[in-house]
Design a protein. Structure first.
Length: 136
């Protein structure tokens, strides 16, 4: 039988579980997962700046940028209309703030980003809950 999980994942059960979770998650849960990952990386990047571990800070903050870019690229501008347009502007603004924090090694740029990510993640958690309730 052919193993549907790549060898790189079979050697790491946690990565395999994460990949399966991503592949089977409904869209609203994927958005929550992205926001959660962005928050985690942002907090780690902030701590790394405070600890003067700039290579780690760069890695973590670049990951936040990647996640914000992914959220931005996933917007359906035709169906989303003004809401999608507003979200795009927010994602681009906060991505820019992460870039500034990374370049200047200044955590003060990260607090508004953290607040944005937290509030939108909480909103998407509620959306996912409502969707689950409607599916029952």
């Amino acid at each position: 039988m052919i193993n549907p999980i790549p060898d790189s994942l079979t050697n790491d059960p946690q990565k395999a579980y994460q990949q399966i979770s991503i592949n089977t998650a409904p869209p609203e849960k994927l958005v929550v997962m992205l926001y959660s990952a962005a928050l985690k990386n942002l907090q780690q990047g902030k701590k790394a700046i405070e600890d003067k571990q700039y290579d780690v800070a760069n890695q973590k903050l670049c990951r936040v940028q990647d996640i914000l870019a992914e959220l931005n690229n996933s917007l359906d501008m035709e169906k989303g209309g003004q809401i999608a347009s507003n979200l795009r502007a927010l994602y681009e603004f906060y991505e820019g703030e992460v870039v500034k924090a990374n370049l200047k090694k200044d955590t003060s740029y990260l607090q508004p980003v953290q607040e944005f990510l937290q509030s939108y993640r909480d909103m998407w958690i509620e959306v996912a809950r409502i969707v689950r309730m409607g599916a029952k």
